[in-house]
Design a protein around this ligand. Structure first.
Ligand code: SF4
Length: 696
């Protein structure tokens, strides 16, 4: 902490790089330029920052920033820099041409969960009103929609039940499929804090992650077996009378069905499926089931599966069966990967949702939003398809044009060869970004937009705490906000009267009204209150309401009957079958120095120095030495990577981080099979084999 020197300003804001949303100060010099960062004593992070948070400011004035719109008429031509007037008029003409020829739904829009919530609200509104298309979705579809689906089914509300601070109060912390030390680094302080107070730590992960290394119990199960594991834990909880019968009787429905499924999954059966000892499963049940206050937090490790929703429901069944819901230190939560992973899915950029988490197919919800937006209900499109399904539609020629904002599918989507081929079929592709991502480099028009430090807006972190990001500097000349871009384009498309916003503040005021009275109620949250308090957890229905850091304290969920709706969960094998040719499990994930597709972090010197390239993590049993070139082969493709040989991974499992593009992309290998309910791809397990390669 250096404090502000003469002529410098410290602008309080938050780190953009994960769902913890640590408080930071951006250092601004006397010319109004961001040049550094300081930790902030915000109660989320108490001055702590991770490598990404310390380096995030460097992207703001990075020499790779796009500072002029780029246009070309075909992918064979080089881009040429043009004025904004020309770029927007080319964009509007391109949209009109696709829609005139193929219909409104032939033009799609993909948003992102690193956008401020105001912009995610605008993405949903712009797609439905200005583009008049049903095809809008966002990259949170690749992130935590399985948890969202499970939360809605069980509780009628889609967010974590407890604040981070409850981790410090728990007696038993179960972390499933969450590499906390690398993906949510500052959250580790809460884990260590709980341990310092005597809490037991259980980690369920195929890899011995930094947090798993210090766990009381590390369950290194085979990828794709989570539902069997949690059912078996519940089996033991029931068998050894560790259930909270009063809680189950008064607070839940569906217990008989959930219990029956667990009865069919004794530890010996699960041990064979999961590849862990039956005794360890029983031990987890006893430690979790006898704790006075137990909590479970999970992330993509159990969610990125074709039964991602089921896996999350199995965790909820365990928490509810032991009475661990809605108390200080007892509950359930899901860790968001993207900065606004939580807020990004609440207000309408998801294909099936309208603002306030309303369903786009519900007649009453449609009426409410049509009224607020000033349109006839008949004009409001129906639900579209999910992000991966939209790519399939591109390949089939059903979607012929696309506007992308804040996403990089050329790195982040599964089965990349099929993805790039699908994008190549688009007649017209526009991408908004602040760097020329791999996806933007394939577009016809690239619109240069602001970073998180050049605009104001809100995000909701993994606790559902809404925090305010503040503008620290003016954008470079030639750069505009995404809000400005959508509003100007709406004018050119004849919908300008519905987009008369001058900035985020105006949009937030409409969003507050649009969310009022819903489960996702933001009405009581104002910019001023956020600046005073450091953040407010929704629901927050009135401007004197303190917000809701912990859900269900009144004993009721958000279902009309107030009960937790437990669900029957049965394990199914992963979609990509093992065979003699493909005997191993490939799982993918993040590393501490990089963020999502790496479009931002692969440009930041210290982070690149820390982790310059991807690798394949594998067990010594395979006979490779560190650095050996290894070809990882799946049914979709092959990638050659250097070996990182470690006993911290199961012999039947290999791991590849996914932040890099072709030719070293993990997602060349992954399977695009989807969970039927959440439509999340199965990134966390597919069948593979290893071959010795000649060279990297
Ligand atoms: Fe940023 Fe997350 Fe690191 Fe905090 S933990 S500094 S929010 S990346």
């Amino acid at each position: 902490w250096r404090g502000a020197r003469d002529g410098e300003t410290l602008v309080p804001t938050h780190c953009c790089f994960c769902g913890v949303q640590c408080g930071i100060y951006l250092r601004v010099d006397r010319t109004g330029t961001v040049f550094g960062v300081e930790p902030r004593n915000h109660d989320i992070n108490r001055m702590r920052l991770c490598p990404k948070g310390i380096n995030a400011y460097q992207q703001v004035n990075h020499p790779d920033r796009l500072t002029a719109p780029l246009v070309r008429s075909s992918r064979d031509e080089p881009f040429r820099e043009v004025s904004w007037d020309e770029a927007l008029s080319v964009t509007a003409a391109g949209i009109r041409a696709v829609q005139a020829r193929h219909g409104n739904d032939a033009f799609g829009m993909l948003g992102g969960a690193s956008l401020f919530t105001e912009k995610t609200y605008l993405v949903g509104k712009f797609a439905r009103i200005a583009l008049k298309t049903r095809h809008v979705d966002y990259n949170g579809r690749l992130c935590m929609v399985s948890a969202a689906g499970a939360n809605k089914l069980a509780f009628g509300i889609d967010r974590a039940g407890n604040p981070f601070s409850d981790i410090l109060l728990t007696d038993c912390l179960l972390i499933a499929g969450a590499n906390v030390g690398e993906c949510f680094p500052v959250l580790t302080q809460y884990v260590w804090g709980a341990r310092d107070r005597g809490a037991k730590l259980i980690v369920v992960d195929p890899r011995e992650t930094a947090v798993a290394r210090t766990a009381d119990i590390h369950v290194a199960l085979r990828p794709g077996t989570d539902a069997a594991f949690f059912n078996a834990v519940l089996h033991v909880v029931v068998e050894e009378s560790l259930t909270d019968e009063a809680f189950l009787a008064t607070r839940t429905s569906g217990w008989e069905e959930a219990r029956a499924a667990a009865a069919d999954c004794p530890p010996r059966r699960a041990a064979e499926i999961c590849g862990v000892p039956a005794e360890q499963i029983a031990e987890v049940a006893r430690v979790f089931g006898t704790a006075d206050k137990a909590m479970a937090w999970h992330a993509r490790g159990i969610e990125h599966h074709t039964q991602g929703v089921d896996n999350c429901l199995a965790v909820i069944n365990l928490c509810a069966a032991t009475g661990n819901i809605g108390r200080p230190g007892a509950g359930y939560g899901t860790l968001t990967g993207q900065g606004n992973g939580q807020g990004g899915r609440e207000h309408g950029q998801k294909s099936d949702l309208l603002p306030g988490g309303r369903s786009i197919n519900d007649p009453e919800h449609r009426r409410q939003i049509s009224r607020i937006w000033g349109i006839d209900e008949a004009e409001l499109p129906r639900a579209g398809t999910s992000m991966v399904e939209m790519v399939h539609q591109m390949r089939r020629g059903e979607i012929r044009g696309l506007l992308g904002i804040c996403n990089n599918p050329f790195v982040s989507l599964p089965d990349l060869p099929a993805v790039t081929a699908a994008y190549d079929t688009l007649d017209f592709h526009v991408q908004c970004d602040f760097f020329l991502s791999e996806t933007a480099a394939n577009a016809h028009v690239v619109l240069p937009v602001t970073t998180w430090a050049e605009d104001e807006g809100v995000m909701a972190n993994a606790e559902a705490r809404v925090v305010k990001h503040n503008k620290a500097q003016e954008p470079p000349p030639g750069v505009r906000t995404d809000t400005w871009v959508m509003c100007r384009l709406a004018q050119l498309l004849g919908a300008g009267d519905k987009f008369a916003f001058t900035g985020s503040r105006d949009v937030f005021e409409e969003l507050r009204i649009a969310s009022a009275g819903t489960v996702n109620d933001y009405y009581g949250i104002t910019y001023e209150r956020l600046e005073e308090t450091g953040g407010i957890a929704w629901p927050c229905p009135t401007t004197d309401h303190p917000g809701t850091p912990r859900l269900f304290e009144d004993g009721r969920t958000h279902h009309p009957d107030g009960l937790i709706h437990l669900q029957r969960v049965e394990w199914r094998p992963p979609a990509d079958p093992y065979s003699d040719e493909y005997p191993l499990s490939l799982t993918t994930g993040r590393t501490v120095a990089h963020f999502l597709s790496g479009n931002q972090t692969r440009r930041l010197g210290a982070l690149v120095e820390q982790t310059p390239r991807p690798w394949v993590e594998l067990h010594p049993a395979h006979g490779f030495r560190n650095g050996d070139p290894v070809r990882v082969v799946t049914r979709r493709g092959a990638t050659v990577l250097p070996a990182l040989v470690t006993e911290a991974i199961r012999p039947d499992t290999v791991f590849v981080p996914y932040h890099w593009p072709i030719p070293t992309a993990a997602n060349t290998l992954t399977n695009a099979a989807l969970d039927p309910r959440s439509k999340i791809p199965e990134y966390k397990v597919c069948a593979c084999r290893l071959e010795r390669a000649e060279h990297l």
